[in-house]
Design a protein around this ligand. Structure first.
Ligand SMILES: [Zn+2]
Length: 390
């Protein structure tokens, strides 16, 4: 394989392999599915297989000269098209090479280097919001160069929805290409937003859906990469099969766990200083890193789900926070008959209010009060901010 780190989607790979071995591989394909599911990695694996010198036709060998060139993004038959800034481009006829002046070339090479090591890495060049028509025109010129003997030219279009925004001029230029594809040329469009792609392009592509990575596969991969089982389980749940999100969570894990512990403690006590500290942390996160804030709320929800699960089943087999088993047991046995699902609803609502720009301090305090009331089985009406707004 080109990438040892890629979690191969067996069903999709078998489909591709079958078409390839029967000489029925479509000349235009659209790999679509959510972010971080490995679409680009699979496209590069297919490009590897199509040009591999080895006799094994199940996957690229990863060792021959062709595979090595693909690995280093230096294969003469592989073209990568991706969104670029309009820097230095004056007319539609300018070559795309004009974009790559010193700093941008450096940034691009660094990203290519990262992509070589990690099939899930997303190349995102500063100021790049669209696929320029110049990229498609350049492609036409380069694809006019014939490929040798049985070699195949593969054109990979990353973030293919950007062919169509803000205007569809690149998409229309590509369409002409797709109508009469040059011999031995394969187009693989890759997109996590296929709805933004023109219907005329859709109709010319064979589509292959890449679902989120399964929980089990993601956990196994994270453990292989050195994560502890508990951490791997939590990260896998929160990232919902998105490898890129999982990596961000690993990167942030120490600070997430530290803040999560503070948040859990604050849910179960009434110390105003601790509440203020939490409000301060969440407010800062909301301004600086909303995603991290969401991840902490997701962790808190998972923690309460563990309590709900333990309380209703009296078993800790499925618990995600295995490192907090004792606390979870203690909480469920102390606060008997608590409606834990209601507590989860309060946390979800709070997260939503804050994301909709509600006051962090008020919503966090409401959340603590409501959770604590629920735990005490206090039947008084829950504290609702709207009741206080005249
Ligand atoms: Zn090879």
């Amino acid at each position: 394989m080109i990438y040892s780190k890629l979690i191969l989607h067996n069903t999709n790979w078998k489909k591709l392999l079958n078409s390839f071995n029967n000489n029925r591989l479509a000349h235009a394909m659209l790999f679509h599915g959510p972010e971080g599911s490995g679409k680009e990695g699979h496209a590069l694996e297919l490009a590897g297989l199509l040009n591999c010198n080895s006799a094994d036709k199940k996957q690229a060998c990863g060792k021959c000269s062709s595979c090595k060139k693909i690995k280093s993004f230096q294969h003469e038959n592989i073209n990568i098209v991706l969104p670029l800034p309009r820097k230095n481009i004056k007319t539609n006829r300018d070559s795309i090479s004009k974009v790559f002046d010193g700093p941008l070339l450096k940034e691009y090479l660094e990203m290519i280097n990262a992509k070589q090591k990690d099939p899930y890495y997303k190349i995102q060049i500063s100021g790049a919001n669209t696929i320029l028509i110049n990229s498609i025109r350049d492609l036409k010129n380069s694809s006019a160069l014939s490929v040798l003997n049985n070699e195949k030219r593969i054109i990979l279009i990353f973030q293919a929805e950007k062919l169509c925004v803000p205007s569809a001029e690149a998409a229309n230029a590509l369409l002409k290409f797709l109508e009469e594809p040059p011999k031995n040329t394969f187009f693989i469009l890759i997109s996590s937003k296929p709805n933004m792609i023109l219907d005329t392009i859709h109709s010319r592509c064979q589509k292959l859906y890449f679902p989120p990575i399964s929980n089990d596969n993601l956990i196994t991969k994270l453990i292989e990469n050195g994560e502890k089982r508990t951490q791997a389980k939590i990260i896998s749940r929160i990232s919902s099969g998105n490898m890129n999100l999982a990596k961000k969570l690993i990167y942030n894990s120490n600070s997430i766990i530290e803040n999560l512990n503070l948040l859990i403690q604050a849910c179960f006590n009434k110390d105003p200083l601790q509440w203020m500290k939490l409000i301060d942390i969440i407010s800062r996160m909301k301004n600086k890193d909303k995603h991290k804030m969401e991840q902490i709320f997701q962790c808190l929800i998972l923690f309460f789900r563990d309590i709900l699960y333990f309380s209703s089943s009296n078993s800790n087999e499925e618990i995600i926070f295995t490192n907090k088993k004792e606390i979870i047991t203690k909480i469920s046995k102390t606060y008997l008959n608590t409606d834990w699902q209601l507590c989860i609803n309060y946390i979800e609502d709070t997260q939503e209010y804050i994301l909709r720009n509600g006051y962090v301090s008020i919503h966090i305090i409401c959340m603590f009060l409501n959770i604590q009331k629920t735990m005490k089985k206090n039947n008084t009406k829950s504290f609702n901010l709207n009741d206080w707004i005249i």
